[in-house]
Each structure stands twice: as C-alpha cells, then as structure tokens.
Design a protein around this ligand. Structure first.
Ligand SMILES: Nc1ncnc2c1ncn2[C@@H]1O[C@H](COP(=O)(O)OP(=O)(O)OP(=O)(O)O)[C@@H](O)[C@H]1O
Ligand SMILES: [Mg+2]
Length: 351
C-alpha cells in the first residue's frame, strides 16, 4: 500500500470516525445556513454512537460527511484514519468501502430480488456473480430472511425491507455502519427487532455504528454513547447512562424527558405547598433502598412522594423521584446530606 501524505492520516487506531472542527455552510438565496458549526466528535471503534437532534439540527449533514457524500466547508473528517474530506475520486471510492448506510425509506431496487439487492454492492465492486450471491445468502441468513431470497421488495413488510437494507449494508463487512433514521418508518415492535439486529451486527462483527435519530427511545435501547445536536453544534455528549441520568443542557433534558419525565406534572404543581422539592436519581440497587422510610424514621420528617418512576437502561435500572419534605430546617438539611450519600444525585427543584 502506498504511504499517504501525513495530513491525510490520523494516528489513534481506536477511533473509527473523527470530526475535527467541521463546519458546513450552505449558501442559499434567502439566507446562508450553517448546517454544521465547528463540530468536534470522536467515535470509538466498536461503539454504537447516537446523534439526536430536532429536525434541521444538522444530523443528516453530519452523517453524509462520513461517507463523503458531502464535504466540510472547513475542518476535516477522518474515517479509519483517512481524511475523507480531502480525497481524489479513486481513493474516495476505496474509502467509501469502509462505510455502508441504511435509510429510513430502505432504498431497495424494486425490480430485482432480495438476493440481488444484497449482492449488488459486491457486484459493483467487481465480485463475481457466484461469489456475490454466496455472500449475499450468508448476509440474508444473518438477518433471518433466508426464506425470502427470491422475493421482490414489494412483497415484504417494512421491517423485512429494513432487514434487507441491513444485509445489503453488512455484505461488504464495513468498518462503520451509518443509520439515518433507520427505524423512523417502523412501528414500535418492529423497531425493537431492528434494534436487536443492529446490536447483533455490532457484537458479532465489531462494526462501529453511527445512528442518527430524533427518537430518544432508539438512543436508550441501542446506543452506548450519545451526542446532542442543536443548530449545527454538538451541545452535549457522553455515555448514554451519563446523559440520561444527568442531562446538562435544556435540549438534552427535553429529549431525556421524552423517556424519563423531567418536569413536575402540572396537576401536581397545582396542589403543592411551599415546602422544598427534591429530585432524586438512583441507579440499580439504590432503586430498592428504603430511602423514604429512612427520612421518616431517622429524621422525623414528613415526606410526600410527588413522582416516581424507573427505567431500564443498558441493562441497568435508573430511578427518578420527586419528593416534598416538610419539617424543621436543621432536620431537612441533615436529611439532604443523608440522601446525598445514598443516591446518584439529589437537587432542589423549583416548581
Ligand atoms: N443541500 C442543501 N442546501 C441547502 N440547505 C441545506 C441542504 N441540506 C441541508 N440544508 C439545511 O441544513 C440544515 C440541516 O439539515 P439536515 O438535513 O442536516 O438536518 P437534520 O437534522 O437531518 O433534520 P431532519 O431530522 O429533518 O432530517 C437545515 O437547515 C437544512 O435546511
Ligand atoms: Mg435528516
């Protein structure tokens, strides 16, 4: 292999995709748009990395940089150590082989069979028809569609079509799988099946997966790491656990709130007195520790539970509770310190 010029190569090999101060400006007649605005991101090899944001946040623009369908106005994108924003056409074709993409609308060819849809990327690479079909058959077996190889896309359900999309994406064994709203056209139970399948792709082939979505449930069930985008910028990122347990920015709180309520319900607020409200967050065993009992028996306080819920997250349990505590100030302070030692986080909230 010829040695690449040094400016095209990124050394750390545990990073699959790296964005370095990436901006993308679209000049438009009405007003220019900064679809990406100084994005820095590193996606570890083998990670399932989710990017969440509202419509227009820049998510699709971000993902298109990875397979070089678009390129930055400034900054650079490295995939597998190669600067894909700065390649000649021939090298670009090679670099694109390290990525594959699945789409919301599946993008299958309606006039060829499922088998030939999956074999297509290999045929375009010049692989013989026979070998391409063999490898496509294996990929279809992996996604559980061995019995539909001869069907046409029009004869399949949405979930089955997305399985074909996944088979077609993995048939070349890409280092990075890109998913742009891959489950947004599917019903909830089919979404869960596709999520399971993507987790298997990640586990069994070690494929790094970049997931773009506006659904926090997808982040919760599929991803290990998450970045939150707003107006072309990454405003928050961390492990899914960190961001769900303690979202830092208003937008992250509002996304987390679609899965774990963050606000005090209006009907509760209407009936609340003036005593302080505390928001508690728990993890795993803490969820079952009798904390409220302790406040009553050890501190003689009155405790009113306004809200409590538990959510399964990455094979762990996250608890969330809002309580109102009544009693003398010194005992409330002691109780606050007592709780701070026993839960992941405690904060006073204001209705
Ligand atoms: N080719 C283009 N020309 C001009 N503006 C564009 C182009 N592509 C995207 N934009 C603008 O860039 C911004 C980001 O668009 P992008 O498609 O990345 O958002 P998104 O987060 O994927 O949104 P959605 O959730 O609706 O898919 C939007 O304001 C969009 O209008
Ligand atoms: Mg989009």
């Amino acid at each position: 292999m010829s040695r690449s010029p040094s400016h095209e190569v990124d050394a750390p090999s545990d990073i699959a995709v790296r964005f370095e101060r990436v901006s993308r400006r679209y000049e438009r007649a009405d007003a220019p748009v900064n679809a990406l605005d100084g994005v820095d991101l590193s996606i570890r090899r083998g990670d399932i990395f989710g990017v969440i944001g509202h419509s227009g946040a820049g998510k699709s623009t971000l993902i298109r940089m990875v397979n070089a369908l678009d390129s930055p106005t400034s900054g650079a994108v490295f995939v597998d150590g190669v600067n894909v924003s700065d390649l000649s056409a021939g090298r670009l074709r090679d670099a694109r082989k390290t990525t594959a993409m699945i789409f919301q609308q599946f993008q299958l060819l309606e006039t060829v069979t499922v088998l030939d849809n999956v074999a297509m990327p290999l045929r375009l690479d010049g692989v013989s028809r026979r070998e391409a079909r063999e490898r496509a058959t294996e990929a279809l077996q992996f996604v559980g569609l061995s019995d539909r190889v001869g069907s046409y896309p029009g004869q399949l359900s949405g979930g089955q079509k997305q399985r074909v999309g996944i088979a077609r994406a993995i048939v070349r064994n890409p280092a990075v799988l890109l998913c742009d709203e891959a489950t947004s056209a599917l019903d909830p139970s089919t979404t869960l099946q596709i999520i399971d399948l993507l987790r298997r792709v990640n586990r069994e082939y070690g494929t790094t997966i970049l997931v773009i979505t506006h659904e926090m449930d997808v982040i919760k069930d599929l991803c290990h790491t998450v970045a939150v985008m707003e107006d072309g910028r990454v405003v928050e990122q961390g492990s899914v656990m960190e961001v769900f347990v303690q979202p830092q920015t208003p937008i992250a709180r509002s996304f987390v709130g679609t899965v774990i309520p963050q606000e005090i319900p209006g009907r509760v607020r209407a009936r609340m007195g003036t005593a302080p409200l505390w928001r508690l967050r728990f993890l795993d065993d803490e969820v079952t520790t009798p904390i409220v009992g302790g406040l009553i028996s050890e501190f003689g306080l009155q405790v009113n539970i306004l809200h409590a819920d538990m959510t399964d997250l990455q094979e762990r349990t996250v608890g969330h509770m809002i309580i109102q505590v009544e009693g003398p100030q010194d005992r409330r302070d002691a109780a606050y310190a007592y709780l701070a030692e026993r839960v992941v986080s405690i904060e006073e909230v204001f209705a």
